[in-house]
Ligand binder design. Structure first.
Ligand code: ZN
Length: 211
């Protein structure tokens, strides 16, 4: 929900609705006007970033909104819960070395090596770190890439997307909203109806059969 507020704020902050007067301006003035609008947008962006940074640093136990799901995959509603923050030592004690490498160190499992790549069972895939529901098997498809792939998350609230420019590639990394576990990446070459391919690491997920 808060993500939507940020988008709305940015959109209304640009204030460039003066195109109608552009014809009356000389080319030089028109370009100067665009420059001023761009500076205005940048300043507003800085204010938003500043507000976000202040929120992040002043709240050690930051709350997040998560949508809970039953073992049948039915929504149990949206709840406000504290973000899960643990030390590396605590995560290492909880996770397998492979899961720690992917989820906490942004690693990637070898293609075709994960147990869920060709998995066809009916159920819910949850975060290996905090068990937040992430994907329904009904949105799983065989991408042929060697990693379990989904065309949508079970709830947009439960994942987060960040730009990732590592390994000389421009990608969008996907993480668990509740505990920041790295899960994989999303690409725009997926099937209908979304056209998206959430390319996940098996070791970052745990599967529970639909009940
Ligand atoms: Zn998690």
């Amino acid at each position: 929900m808060s993500g939507n507020r940020f988008v709305t704020g940015k959109g209304t902050g640009k204030g460039t609705g003066k195109a109608g007067t552009a014809k009356a301006l000389s080319r030089r003035m028109f370009i100067a006007g665009i420059g001023a609008a761009a500076i205005g947008a940048t300043a507003i962006g800085a204010v938003w970033r500043g507000a976000f940074a202040a929120t992040a640093s002043s709240a050690p136990a930051q709350d997040v909104s998560i949508e809970n799901f039953s073992p049948a995959g039915k929504s149990l509603g949206i709840v406000r819960v504290p973000k899960i923050v643990k030390s590396d030592a605590e995560w290492r004690a909880q996770l397998s070395p492979a899961a720690f490498n992917v989820a906490r160190e942004e690693g990637t499992e070898r293609a075709f090596s994960g147990e869920y790549d060709h998995y066809k069972a009916d159920g819910i895939f949850r975060c290996v770190c905090c068990e937040t529901a992430l994907y329904d098997s009904k949105a799983k498809f065989d991408s042929g890439t060697g990693w379990p792939s989904f065309w949508q998350p079970i709830s947009a609230l439960n994942i987060a997307k960040q730009s990732d420019s590592s390994l000389f590639m421009q990608r969008d990394a996907i993480s668990c909203r509740r505990c920041n576990a790295h899960l994989g990446h999303v690409f725009d070459d997926g099937p209908r109806p979304t056209g998206l391919r959430y390319c996940m690491n098996s070791v970052a997920l745990i599967f529970t059969a639909r009940a």
